[in-house]
Structures are given as C-alpha cells and as structure tokens.
Design a protein around this ligand. Sequence first.
Ligand SMILES: [Zn+2]
Length: 307
Amino acid sequence: MKRILFVFLDGVGLGPASPSNPFSTENTAFSMLAGDQRWTQPFTNRSASDHVVRSLDATFGIEGLPQSGTGQASLLTGQNCAEMVGRHFGPFPHSETYDVLDHANLFHKVQALFPTHPAPTAFANAFPPQFFETTRRRSTVTTRCCKAAEVSLRDIDDLRNRRAIPADLTGQVWRDRLDLDVTQRLPAETAEVLAGAVQDHALTFFEYFLTDKVGHHRVDVLPSTLLKDLGSFLKALVGALDPSEVTVLITSDHGNLEDTTHTQHTRNPVPLIVHGWAAPYFEDAADLSDVTPGIVRALRSKNAPTK
Ligand SMILES: [Zn+2]
C-alpha cells in the first residue's frame, strides 16, 4: 500500500525575506524540502516526479485575513469553505461548513478507497488525559473531521507505545506543564516515532500548531528556536521514510509566523511541499482546496485493486 503522511503546519506563509521574517534565516531542512530555496518570496515552483514544491493561495480572492476555521476546512474537504461561509472565519469551524466536514471530509474520502482496511486513516497527535476530561470543548476543524469519520483521537498510552506523537514534538509540555510521566524526546527522535506510526495507514495526519501560536505571541518561544526544532523534525522525518512508499505532504492554512512585525495572520500564499511518489498529483495545485483532491487521486491511482 502506498501511503501519504500529511504534516499540517498552522500559520506558515511565504513572505518577503526580511529581518522580521524568521524563514529568512538559512535552515538546511526547510531549504532541502523546498528544492534548495528558502521559504520566502519569490518562491519558485518545482516539479519533479518525486518532489513538487508550490505556493498555494490561501485567500480565495476574498478580502480580509484568512482564518483557520475556513482555511483548514478547505484543506480537509477540497471545498472552498471561505466562499461557502462568505468570508474568512476562525479559529473554529463555521456552521455553514458542518455538513461537508461531517459527511465528506478527507478521512471519509480516503476510507472509501479502502473498504476492507481496518484503519486506512489516522490522526497522529497524542492528546493528554486533561483533554478527554473536558466534555464541553469546542471542536477544531481537525477534531470535528476525526469524530465525523470515526478516526480515534490518540491518548497518553498511544504516546507511550509510539503510536502517536506530542504536538510540541518533544513532550516537554506534557512533562513540565501537565506534569505527566512521558519520555522527553528530541524532535528528530519524535520524527522516527512518527515514521514508524505511519506504516499501518494509507493516510496519516499530523497537526503542528505552535507556528501559529508563536506568530500570535501566545507562546513564549522565539521563532528561531521553534523553527530550528521544526526543521530537525522535518529533516529526520523525510530521512526516515522511503519516498517510493510514503509521501510526505507539508502545507499550511494561512500565513502568520513569517511576519513578526504584528501578531495577526497574513494574506501571503502558503507553501505546498510534496516529497515522494504522490508528487505528480499536485503539479497543478493552486489553492487550499486542491490538497484533498490530490491526496484522493494519488491514493486511488496507486492502490486501485487490479482486475
Ligand atoms: Zn491563528
């Protein structure tokens, strides 16, 4: 089975190089993923049989700042959810998008391709016990999609058994802030755990939201420190996977962290990196709504039952 690992980075856009853009600093991991260029504008599209790099429009031509509710919904359904709502909306999903999120999201579409597989789709983030104790928590786009498609939310046991990884890539938040007994790992070690966990599923999704939180100044971490960790993680992840078997797809919902002169989102395009066998299915991707159809087409074509 050919597999795809979808690494979603919240709030990462492609802005002009400047001292206030942390992506201006050379980072070999990011450059390697983008085909020997920084994640800044001008950003050149690349198209090879095993590596496609593009910038995606996150605005849909709609005024205002793109938001996670409509942006993530567009990424995870293949529909233009900002148009559906009539504006950018977030951070939580808008009620106008509930129907498509609940009945036709990416997980549903991939599951339909593998009717006899016990778990074709997975969400690799681990959630702490505190998360499950709060019953009135609002769903994000991702957790709503998972619930609707019966993709289980993984817990501390999954984290300990290397079936899930912590959202902060190290487990430090679990240890220091939540006082939980979990192993602290380097980002590169966590990447190896994730590389092992993807093997059983056609599609594995991982959500990294610290990029957006740091962009909003809601977490006290320097952007440079954060990107160093994220770069180590991504480099180790790509290095641990065979690109002829597992494609790593990296993208975002809107810009934010690339402009540290303010704490809001931006209208910048976002990067799309597709490293591995599925690359050709994304050669024409132009906006957030092109990601889900590309994933479905790729998995369908390469895993179709032979007659
Ligand atoms: Zn945000």
